[in-house]
Design a protein around this ligand. Sequence first.
Ligand code: AMP
Ligand code: MG
Length: 432
Amino acid sequence: MTHASSPSSLHDIVSCMSDYDPHALPVTKAQDIIAQFITPVQAIEKLAIRQALGRVLATDIVSGIDVPAHDNSAMDGYALNGSDLPATGVRDVRIIGTAFAGRAYHGDVGAGECVRIMTGAVMPASCDTVIPQEFTVNASDDQVGIPAGKVRTGDNRRLKGEDLANGKTALQRGKILRPADLGLLASLGVAEVPVQRRLRVAFFSTGDELRSLGEPLDEGCVYDSNRYTLYGMLSRLGCDMIDMGVIKDDPAELEAAFRSACENADAIITSGGVSVGAADYTKQIMGKLGDVAFWTIGMRPGRPMAFGKIHSQGKSAYLFGLPGNPVAVMVTFYFFARQALLHMMGADAAPLPLIPVISKTAIRKRPGRTEYQRGILTTNTNGELEVSVTGSQGSGILRSMSEANCMIVLQHDQDQVSAGDKVTVLLFDGML
Ligand code: AMP
Ligand code: MG
């Protein structure tokens, strides 16, 4: 979502909402507030097209040429004028020359004549049709038989500019460049493109119980896994990352970490410390450093989340305080942070597509919150897509995410799901 002018504070945004309740905020409302508060970063760099893969295009690219530059053949065969196609039987026509890709035939082609032509070769003047080689009969060096009914006038001719016409917009700003786009840019002869600079995202984990890899796992402690899932998700978005490690539940350490993150990054993502537990100074420090809302979101997993903008030494950064539970971190990242980061990058990112599929089993669900279950999508013997849940769905069970190939999204108002009902899913991976 884009907004002409960005409101100055979260308070301004929520005061325009009729039924804003930070303690029971529906997912869509939270997404809306975030979209209204975020503004894109403004900085552009020029990159060679290979380096631009996965980056956000910063200006429209207008084609300076026609692609293809000439009418040309889509097949190996014989170019002729459509008026020479017989209505019945077979007509023998004289072969007067050959057109190769990159080497045109420049002579005139008259009635009863044709030119042997290769795929990609420029169409000779006065030819508008190509009959593929395999449809012809009795071909010799200087004559070929054209049977009736195989092609119509204009067939197998690629038209000048049919891929991209000179002066037309080939790619729009905000597009995240995919392999096809690199090829398209090359087809226009474009070697360099302006892209948005990478977003800098600082992230750290909070909690006295967290141990980093390589440290001994003391009693009651767990390895910090959230920084690794965050690393993976941020890498895929193409962010520059500042991994700040584990920060203890200590006010001075937390404040120093938030300030440093704020001074060096566009956005900060933390995990843990935003629920109602004691010994959590995280929320206190977040609140002290800026304009931060603490939400309980109508979702599962997830629920607690902090969002806002903090300031230090004249610098500011958007803040996403995600919950600590490993599945909750991923779900809140995908459904809140991801879209916001793409918006900050200047990317024109449509919401992720939800696909309706059949649920293989019953799923417990009550209306009033959005639930994200981890699913395995398969194709049944009728060729239909169906989904089943990946066993235990606890918000601490990261294995459920690892085993899943999709997220089952059960909407806010949805009630119980029976086996055979339709549910919506979001695929984790498309074509990589
Ligand atoms: P919190 O939101 O800080 O109350 O944490 C909720 C749960 O998530 C606790 O069981 C934490 O131990 C766990 N947790 C928090 N941060 C991490 C992390 N970085 N890696 C793995 N588990 C975590
Ligand atoms: Mg904690």
